[in-house]
Every structure is written in C-alpha cells, then in structure tokens.
Design a protein around this ligand. Structure first.
Ligand code: ADP
Length: 326
C-alpha cells in the first residue's frame, strides 16, 4: 500500500446527530497530520457523480453543535452495481484520493467493505446511526441524542397520560434493534418495552397484559420498536382496544424527530474521538475496519464483524425494566 496523502470523507444512509462533529474531527485531524481532505456530498452518490470538494479547516467551523450532516446524505443505488463503483473509483483517482472515511450505518459500511475489496482502497468506517445496532462498539454516533429526544417526548406524554388515566403506546425507531425502546423505557420510567430481539412481539404484549397493566397505576406507557412486520404501536393499540375495551388507549409515533436536534455532549465526544481515531488508524496502516468504543477505549472492528454479527441486548436491562415497573 502506498503512503496516504489525501482522504475523502462522506456521510451515508440514515442521518444521525453527531455526524457533523465526526466530519469536523476527521477533517481537522487529517489536516493536523498533513493530509489533504475532500468532502464528498450525498454519500456514495457524490462519489459516483463527482460532488467532491476540497475541505480546509474552516469548512468545518461552527458545525459541532449542529444536527444532521453538512455533507448531506443519500441512498445510492448505482453504488450497489459494479459499474457505479467503477465510476466512483475513477472520481477518486481524478482527485487523487487515497483513502475513504465513511460515516454511516450497516448498509454504508457494507458498501465500504465491498468497494475496499474490489479496488484495494483503505476504508475506515465510523458508526453513525441512532439505532446503536453495530456490533463491536458500545455505542454509535447519534444514539445518545436520539435516546434523550425520546425521553423529552415521553416525559411530556406521561403528563397527559397521567391526567387522563390512559395507556400510551409510543413507537420509537429501531426496526432491527431494541436499544432505543429498551433503554428509552428504563430512562423514562415506562412500564414496558416491546423489542424485536425477544420472543415474538405478541408474547411481550401478552406478558405485559398479564401483569394487569399494574392495576394500581392510573396510567401506563409502553415503548414499541417500529416494525413493518407487526405494524408497530398501531397494531398493539388496536389489539388492546379490541380485547380490553376498558382501557383508554392512545398511540404516539415519534418518527423522524428522533433523528434531529443538537447532539448531546456524549455524542459530540465520541464523534470527536472516533474521528481522530480514524485518521490514526489510516496512518497506522489499518484498513477496512470500523472504529468502535468498548469499555471507553477505542477499538478497531473489522467490517465483516461489525456488519454481520447481531449486537446482543443485555438481559440485565430487561430485568431492570421489569423490576422497576411494579
Ligand atoms: P445505513 O448505512 O443507514 O444502514 P443504507 O442501508 O440505506 O443505510 O445504505 C446506505 C448506502 O450504502 C446505500 O444507499 C448504498 O449506496 C450503500 N450500500 C448498502 N448496501 C450495499 C451493498 N451491498 N453494496 C454496495 N453498496 C451498498
């Protein structure tokens, strides 16, 4: 492998708060270490269509506090084809880009892995997703902010739920991973969480109903991970309405507001650490790894591990929620 003199950076797939802090960290750390930096707009799309601009330190001034991503993000079908990736490689050569830093989720890192193998390009991934569903890292960029957004919303819902003695199903993001629903439920003091990892979702509702919604309670809040398979919160609300007409049931779907907002201190700090680590990794000769943080230490996780393995839910968290919801 030749010496890396120039890197490209892109954000891809679902946006997450803290991506800007990561862009800033990667850019500044690269410049600090004497590398040239190119911002690639709209994820892999910009790599294919040549929306590539050289970044100086000032390009990333005043963005650490902003949600979203200044580089924009997109989903790009062309990049999933060999022809699209060939075009992307041509554009990299044209600008003299030797390596890529990709900030995104599961899909984006899959794309990076395939591209890196095909063209022998060093690629480093940063886990940018609110779902926290990448293996090998305790947390992902955007997860903490989304969790706090959920708390804000559920705290408000609880005020009205208590006043009217209602049962609320609150749908949160995470169709393949229940981290937001489970930890959101613990932190918000909700009564239950319905998550994709455990048994069937119907069983989880059944268990909650068998507890009698805790009859001593005047209101209940259940967090539900979104699911195309079951129909999510709407589905459970309908079921309860039909089978237990005595309950006054309501649904709130938090939707895209979970993706927005100023990143929390935690997300800004991990994005900054991971961004710096991505340049360090490239300079050390690492390639095709995702930067993770485990037990508060930076780790390198091979793409194949990060993408292919399911990140397990800690059963202790399930017990905590269960015990505290009496
Ligand atoms: P996320 O990164 O949030 O999981 P997506 O799954 O939508 O988001 O993936 C983002 C982009 O990554 C896709 O639009 C595509 O360009 C690229 N990508 C995903 N899977 C592949 C693949 N198997 N081969 C090549 N590129 C891929």
């Amino acid at each position: 492998m030749g010496i890396i003199k120039s890197i490209g950076i892109l954000t891809s797939g679902g946006d997450a708060p803290g991506m800007n802090a990561a862009i800033r960290a990667v850019t500044r750390s690269a410049i600090y270490n004497g590398l040239k930096v190119f911002g690639i707009y709209r994820g892999y799309k910009g790599l294919v269509t040549d929306e590539i601009v050289e970044f100086k330190s000032q390009n990333v001034s005043n963005i650490i506090q902003m949600g979203g991503t200044i580089l924009k993000t997109a989903r790009c079908k062309e990049f999933t084809t060999p022809e699209g990736r060939a075009q992307a490689f041509e554009n990299m050569k044209k600008h003299g880009i030797d390596a890529l830093v990709v900030i995104g989720g599961d899909g984006s890192l899959t794309g990076a892995r395939i591209f890196a193998q095909e063209y022998d390009i060093p690629c480093i991934g940063l886990p940018g997703t609110i779902d926290n569903d990448l293996y090998g890292t305790d947390t992902t960029i955007g997860y903490d902010t989304a969790l706090n957004t959920i708390l804000d919303a559920v705290d408000k819902i609880r005020d009205t739920a208590t006043s009217h003695e209602r049962l609320f199903f609150v749908e949160v993001m995470g169709r393949d991973a229940g981290f937001l629903a489970l930890n959101g439920a613990i932190a918000a003091g909700a009564e239950a969480a319905i998550i994709p990892e455990f048994s069937t979702e119907v069983d989880q509702l059944e268990a909650f109903i068998k507890q009698g919604f805790r009859k001593s309670k005047s209101s209940s809040i259940v967090l539900v991970a979104e699911s195309e398979l079951t129909g999510g919160a709407m589905h459970y609300a309908e079921r309860v309405k039909n089978e237990y007409p005595q309950y006054d049931v309501r649904v709130t779907i938090l939707g895209h507001l979970q993706r927005g907002g100023r990143p929390t201190a935690h997300d800004r700090i991990i994005a900054s650490r991971m961004g710096v680590a991505s340049i360090q990794a490239l300079l050390e000769g690492q390639r095709n790894v995702m930067i993770g943080i485990e037990n508060n230490k930076i780790v390198y996780v091979p793409f194949t591990k990060a993408i292919k393995n399911d990140k397990p839910i800690d059963k202790e968290l399930v017990s905590v929620l269960h015990e505290l919801s009496i």
